[in-house]
Write a protein that binds this ligand. Structure first.
Ligand SMILES: Cc1cc2nc3c(=O)[nH]c(=O)nc-3n(C[C@H](O)[C@H](O)[C@H](O)COP(=O)(O)OP(=O)(O)OC[C@H]3O[C@@H](n4cnc5c(N)ncnc54)[C@H](O)[C@@H]3O)c2cc1C
Length: 398
């Protein structure tokens, strides 16, 4: 029997873990299954583009992992039993169960309606492909002059408002933010943002907390009603409730608590990466949900699993921030340089060059999923006797 590694979620982090493990371990020693709800790798960082009407390249998992030793399995994960070491899945053929020796939990996150009344019924979201496609279809039906209100002043809100305004200059696009526009950016970053928003004709409602969403408007804490034929909700991400329903130690927000090797602090045969994990970063601050930090986290997890199974040295991957790359439509961008713990510094890159830079980053992130060892030579090592979990293959080291 081979050591069974099951990776849940083929997003930016899960796909990297699966692919990297396949390049680190021998096929005769491990069986790597990658379970994902959709048959494709979805470039989540481009969901605002999809919603605004652009067509994205399809990246079928079956092609991406062909010949790698990773077996993609298209199924919905419905539960995890960490005591029995099983995963409950459902697909077109019905419900089933998969047993694992090592589990990697990488189910990412969805949108966070934050309990605001009317949001679930009336708002649109772009946290994943189904939501983005629903918004795309709705935007296509809007007539000239109709209003779109994007709620949330984080990076996703900035990208969504500018993308929609650029694609549909005939619409009346507004952004509602709790504080000031771009208040986590440097003064130069904020100035650039104001210029681009002004140029695209986006109305910015600052110091505005939206407390209710209705079919044709949003209501603010100040009692104002802002017309909104379409409301796009981008106030943050929330993790899926599956981990919270297990015996795993999770935070109040449902993220799995892990150590520096991305191993669950409560269940050593479970690892968690990406949005689903609570990972402490530089300055002892939790990493924010992002590809920027999720990718090195995935490298760390894969290399730690491989090291533990083969008796190698535990890795110590550098996990830090360098910049925040923000697209502002297809022709404009903003690269805000940051400290290791993600605080804005003075330097920024703006304009067309920043838009190209961001595009290169998005392409690079997708390339990195298909090339999880960054093009370095493949070094497969044997799983060593006694290191693999119970019930798995044990082979002599070579
Ligand atoms: C519009 C937008 C723009 C963004 N821009 C940036 C950016 O510029 N830079 C940046 O660093 N980050 C950005 N992010 C955040 C980034 O996309 C996420 O932090 C990142 O995708 C997290 O990676 P992950 O692997 O944890 O999860 P995901 O990439 O979300 O992958 C999770 C996978 O799990 C699958 N899944 C979920 N639930 C189940 C289930 N029950 N059963 C089976 N499969 C399931 C999903 O289909 C998906 O394939 C952006 C996000 C959005 C929405």
């Amino acid at each position: 029997m081979r050591h069974r590694i099951i990776v849940l979620g083929a997003g930016y982090t899960g796909a990297v873990v699966a692919g990297r493990l396949a390049r680190r371990l021998r096929r005769e020693d491990v069986a790597i299954t990658l379970v994902n709800a959709e048959p494709d790798f979805v470039e989540r960082v481009r969901m605002h583009q999809l919603a605004a009407g652009q067509d994205l390249k399809r990246r079928p998992l079956s092609e991406m992992f062909a010949g790698t030793g990773v077996e993609p399995r298209v199924a919905q994960v419905t539960g995890v039993d960490v005591d029995r070491k099983t995963v409950a899945v459902a697909d077109a053929d019905g419900a089933g169960e998969l047993a694992y020796d090592t589990l990697v939990y990488a189910l990412g996150s969805g949108w966070d309606a934050q309990g605001v009344p009317g949001t679930a019924e009336h708002a649109y979201e772009i946290a994943g492909r189904p939501g983005a496609l629903r918004l795309r279809e709705r935007l296509a039906r809007l007539g000239a002059g109709q209003s779109v209100v994007v709620v949330g002043g984080g990076l996703t809100g900035l990208e969504a408002a500018t993308e929609i305004a650029e694609a549909r200059p005939d619409l009346d696009v507004a952004l509602a933010v709790r504080g000031e526009l771009g208040d986590r950016l440097s003064p130069r970053g904020r100035e650039h943002l104001r210029k681009v928003f002004g140029g695209l004709g986006i109305t910015v409602h600052e110091h505005t907390a939206v407390t209710g969403v209705e079919a044709e408007r949003v209501v603010t804490a100040g009692g104002e009603a802002v017309p909104a034929a379409v409301t796009v909700w981008t106030t943050g991400f929330a993790v899926h409730p599956i981990a919270q329903a297990t015996a795993l130690e999770v935070t109040g927000t449902g993220q799995i608590v892990v150590d520096g090797t991305m191993r669950s602090v409560s269940h050593p045969d479970v690892y968690a990466v990406g949005d689903a994990a609570m990972v402490m970063g530089p300055g002892d601050r939790p990493l924010r949900m992002s590809c920027a930090s999720g990718t090195p986290v995935a490298w760390q997890a894969a290399d730690a699993i491989a090291a533990r199974l083969t008796g190698g040295k535990l890795p110590n991957t550098l996990i830090r921030y360098f910049n925040q790359c923000i697209s502002l439509g297809r022709k404009e961008g903003l690269i805000q340089y940051v400290t290791a713990d993600d605080r804005a510094v003075r330097a920024v890159l703006t304009g067309r060059l920043a838009a190209v830079y961001k595009e290169v980053i998005c392409k690079g992130a997708a390339w990195g999923v298909a090339n999880p060892t960054l093009g370095l030579p493949v070094r497969r090592r044997r799983v060593t006797r006694g290191r693999a979990a119970a019930g798995s293959a044990v082979k002599a080291t070579v």
